[in-house]
Design a protein around this ligand. Sequence first.
Ligand code: DP6
Length: 371
Amino acid sequence: MEAVGFIPASQQEVITDKTVTWSAPSNIALVKYWGKYDPQIPANPSLSFTLNNCKTKTSVALTHKNLGSDKHAQEFSFEFSFEGAPKPDFHPKIASFFTRVVDYLPFLKAYHIIIHSENTFPHSSGIASSASAMAALSLCLLELSNEFSSSGPNNFSEDFYAKASFLARLGSGSAARSIRGPLMQWGKTAVFESSQDLIAVPFNQELAPIFKNFQDTILLVDKGEKVVSSTVGHGLMKNHPFAEARFQQAHDQLAVLTESLVSGNMEKFIEVVESEALTLHAMMLTSDPYFILMKPGTLSIIEKIWAFRKLTLIPVCFTLDAGANVHLLYPEMHKDELLQFIENELVAYCQNGQYICDQVGSGSISHTEAP
Ligand code: DP6
């Protein structure tokens, strides 16, 4: 698949009486994407669970732009509100996304774009919202774009979701994986022939029953702004002394993880998932400049999980994002024991005692109302 295949053939026409709406979930990587090349090409393959409850819902409408004599005005014209209030701090991120995708969505320069967005999870919870936000925005823009095209209205085919993933990737790499579910793979690898760099695709093998409705409880250890953004962190992999070994490790771990996802081997699953989380943070600890995103509470929770697992033999493990929060992953059949354990032993390490109960989900949903 080539990027040029995503450029529309015909010039796009005007439709301004339509509002499109999509919700897209967040996702949690089991094999981590950390390191990238231009344009948003991952340095190694990744695999993620799509979440169900942590979502961004976005609506987009277009109005005519006052172009004056310049029919091809260079500047984008848009407004963005988040949970009902204008959010100018988000403008640079949206403008840079538009710049990256305008070749594929040429109508962006010709209209004034009105975007409304809201999250189902508390904002400033330290949960990365760029994946769900960029996925939802991409789906809306693609739906509008298809309305314009001569190929007629949308039918939300495989091809539609592939294009949405392509656009979302250009907004934020992990967003490519938030379009569908329950498990998404992204990045070229010999482990899966179907996996590629330009789009994320659903994991194409039968999952062992234990992973059905797999739970992810997100322990909010620190809700503050991250000291180093993911984008900067990716950049620090460029001259990282361990980069090549790490990229190779991701392929190797992906192969082991795939085998465990199919066979239901929880021991192997836990080993890979926890190793991936700790390796991600090890890359941060050994970057130049080095940085630490974990907090003391993160480590205390990890120790508690290990002790609990040893004592109860319940197959629960943790993973980490680029932040201090801990994702607790476990089979649905152990939900009651786990929630008890969280309340008794882990809540003390969560800011304001907060945690979010989520589980594996099936991906984005259209909320566009029929005309
Ligand atoms: C640690 O997708 O947020 O969550 O492409 O620069 O927007 P950009 O980075 P982003 O990086 C996510 C990193 C991660 C691992 C992962 O989700 O695979």
